[in-house]
Design a protein around this ligand. Structure first.
Ligand code: ATP
Ligand code: MG
Length: 145
């Protein structure tokens, strides 16, 4: 039932809490975890607006390098537990990419944090988690902050 898990992460504290949950899913029959980070196209566009082309490429590569390092750390942690891991990094709109990867990877369930980097106290669900719950084809496990 939970054979292939999609774990989208923005590397926030809440997503790390969701990762703790993913780590325990081997007991629920999980064999493979797809770890996904989406670099927000909008953030890149803002950077592009305020920097020269050369600076932009530098910043873009730095963002991607940081993301790859974080993804490698997460992948190592999961592989250490004996789970197969596939890592994906995409650029675009997070929800759209999460839905695309769900379809492409034959995912059984998505594990996501209720909130992410913004983590506004008054808000019940982040915008990414809310849209993923609305649009996902399969079940979504929401790990609360
Ligand atoms: N860029 C991203 N790439 C992959 N997963 C993401 C990304 N952004 C959010 N997520 C996932 O969605 C969860 C909820 O984050 P979300 O962005 O909805 O909350 P927020 O940052 O508190 O609110 P908002 O972004 O609406 O201001 C995260 O814990 C993470 O699992
Ligand atoms: Mg967010």
């Amino acid at each position: 039932m939970f054979e292939t898990i999609l774990f989208p992460t923005d590397f926030s504290d809440v997503a790390e809490k969701a990762l703790d949950f993913v780590k325990r899913m081997k007991d629920a029959g999980t064999k493979k975890v797809v770890v996904l980070h989406v670099i927000k196209k909008q953030s890149l566009e803002v950077i592009a607006q305020y920097s020269s082309i050369r600076d932009f490429h530098e910043v873009e590569q730095e963002i991607e390098g940081d993301a790859r390092r974080e993804l490698r750390r997460i992948a190592d942690e999961l592989r250490g537990l004996g789970v197969e891991v596939s890592v994906r990094i995409e650029t675009g709109f997070p929800v759209r990419e999460i839905m695309r990867v769900e379809a492409e990877e034959g995912v059984s369930a998505i594990v996501i944090g209720s909130h992410g980097l913004s983590n506004v106290k008054e808000i019940l669900l982040g915008s990414v988690s809310e849209s993923v719950i609305r649009k996902a084809v399969g079940p979504v496990l929401v790990v609360k902050r």
